[in-house]
Design a protein around this ligand. Sequence first.
Ligand code: AMP
Ligand code: TRP
Length: 329
Amino acid sequence: MPRVLSCIQPTGSVHLGNYLGALVNWVSGQHDGDVYHGIVDLHALTVTETPHVLGNQTIELAAMLFAVGLDPNVATVFVQSHIHEHSELAWIMECTVSYGELSRMTQFKDKSAKREGDFISAGLFTYPALQAADILLYDADEVPVGEDQRQHIEITRDIAIRFNHRFGDTFVLPKAVHPKAGARVMDLQDPTSKMSKSATTDSGIIYMLDENSVIEKKFKRAVTDSDGVVAYDRENKPGVANLLDILAAASHTTVENLVDQYSQYGPLKKDAGDAVIALLDPIRTRYHELMNDRGELARLLSIGNDRAREVAAQTLGRAHNAIGLLPRI
Ligand code: AMP
Ligand code: TRP
């Protein structure tokens, strides 16, 4: 079974796009590989300055991952900052990557340009070294990532190759894989844009924790068009196509099965909203149960943290030995 590592930053609230586009596949895929899911809070630290926010977002994301169905006895869910090996290996990675290589990272160029005149942390620049540590610590064979992260997986491979060449075979070379495609969920108010936490208004975004009445309202107000014809045409009828896609994904059927059943937008919006409510209501209930039982949540997290720490400690030990650092006396 391949070892698969996915990481997610604890920033912003999880929405229906994240769920139907990614998390459902994490849940269904947990039995197909030896999967590790890291909540990478130290990465979020590169752009987070407000005290206490990050810890809350970390526990909320952990509760959400368990609520959607990740089973800690099957998938290893861990918190990056709880495994000190990440920071330790990151330093070694920083000493194995060059300033020039880091300077070529497009994500750094984009993110630092956006923050021009603002505080740009050195961590934002060395971020790929920490990401390389995340990946190499777990001997990951596969890292499912979108296009924006491919360059970071490439640099991880380059670092691993350089380290193995300098110090002897130590790290497994990872490869970027395309995540299994889930549904692409568009903003209900602007169906030509992906549902995204960076949207200017919340009215087109279905958050996992939205109350049922809010979900109903957002679907009722979803933007469609003035044709009055239910047909699947992403280009010319993006609003209607999005509703069909969402209804299909939420009710585990296909758009082809649905499209002939509707002649008006009203019932389509109503059914899409109802299907999403049926899908999210039990997840939200489980989420609140876990958030109200911190002991249980800590127990679930410690299962993954313990397993992750064991693997990470061995790999870091291997790296220290390969370099020939003086063993602890
Ligand atoms: P992000 O929070 O944008 O980094 O996304 C986390 C994961 O959710 C990634 O795997 C994205 O591909 C997926 N995702 C985010 N937004 C959407 C969307 N609107 N539709 C489908 N998948 C999405
Ligand atoms: N850089 C990734 C992002 O911005 C998150 C991430 C951190 C990651 N460490 C990782 C992804 C290791 C894959 C593997 O989305």
